[in-house]
Ligand binder design. Structure first.
Ligand code: COA
Length: 185
C-alpha cells in the first residue's frame, strides 16, 4: 500500500518534495483563505460566486474558527486545521471540529489543495493526519458535507466515507486511519 503521507511522483517529472504538514494557528488565516479561494477558482469556477471570493468575510470566518472555534450547527465549539507546505509554500489545508451532527464525533469542515498541487497525495496526507489524530483521541466517526455537483466528492468515498444523503457522507469507523499507520511501522 502507498504511504499516504508521501505524495506520488508525477509521471515524467522530478518527484515533488515531500510535503510538510503542521498544525495551523490563527496566524495562518491569510494562507488558509488564499488556498481556499484559489483552490475553488482552479477546481470548480462554475460552482462559485462572489461570496466565495469575499476575502474579508472568509478571513474573519477562518480567524474565528481557529481562535474561538467553529460556530457550525451542532459544533462542540472547537476548531483545528493542518497546513501542507511544499518547498516552504502553503499548498493545502484541512480543518475539523468536534460535533454531534449526523451522529458523528467530528466534522471535516474543509479540505482544499491548490489546483496545480492536486493529485499528488497531499489531500490524502491531510485526511490521514486528521483521521489518525481523531482516532488516537477516542473519536470514532466523522461526517463531511459537500456540494453534490462537485466531482471531488469521490475523494471522500474513495477514502471510506459512506454517503448518508445527497450532501453528507460519514466515516463510520475512523479506525481505518489508525490501521494504515500501524501497517507502516
Ligand atoms: C479533494 C482534494 C482535497 C484532494 O486532494 P488531492 O491532493 O488532489 O488528492 P490526492 O492526490 O491525495 O488523491 C487523489 C484523489 O483526489 C480526488 N481528485 C483529485 N483531483 C480530482 C479532480 N480533478 N476531479 C475529481 N476528483 C479529484 C480523486 O478522488 C483522486 O483519486 P481518484 O482519481 O482515484 O478518485 C483536492 O483535489 C481539492 O482541493 N479539490 C478541490 C476542493 C474540494 O473539492 N475540496 C473538497 C470540498 S470541502
Amino acid at each position: 500500500m502507498d504511504n499516504p503521507v508521501r505524495p506520488h511522483a508525477s509521471h515524467g517529472t522530478a518527484e515533488p518534495a515531500k510535503p510538510h504538514i503542521r498544525e495551523a494557528t490563527a496566524m495562518d488565516t491569510d494562507a488558509i483563505v488564499a488556498i481556499l479561494i484559489a483552490s475553488k477558482e482552479g477546481s470548480f469556477p462554475h460552482l462559485i460566486d462572489d461570496h466565495d471570493r469575499d476575502v474579508p468575510f472568509w478571513t474573519n470566518r477562518w480567524r474565528r474558527y481557529l481562535s474561538e472555534g467553529s460556530r457550525a450547527q451542532q459544533s462542540r465549539g472547537d476548531g483545528f486545521a493542518f497546513l501542507a507546505e511544499s518547498d516552504g509554500r502553503p499548498v493545502g489545508f484541512a480543518a475539523y471540529h468536534h460535533t454531534t451532527r449526523h451522529g458523528a464525533d467530528a466534522e471535516l469542515q474543509a479540505i482544499y489543495v491548490l489546483r496545480e498541487a492536486q493529485g499528488r497525495g497531499l489531500g490524502t496526507a491531510l485526511l490521514w493526519v486528521i483521521g489518525g489524530r481523531l482516532y488516537a483521541e477516542g473519536s470514532r466517526t466523522m461526517c463531511v458535507g459537500y456540494d453534490s455537483r462537485s466531482p471531488y466528492k469521490r475523494f471522500y468515498l474513495k477514502h471510506g466515507a459512506v454517503e448518508i444523503n445527497r450532501h453528507w457522507a460519514r466515516w463510520q469507523d475512523l479506525g481505518m486511519f489508525a490501521q494504515v499507520k500501524a501497517e507502516e511501522r
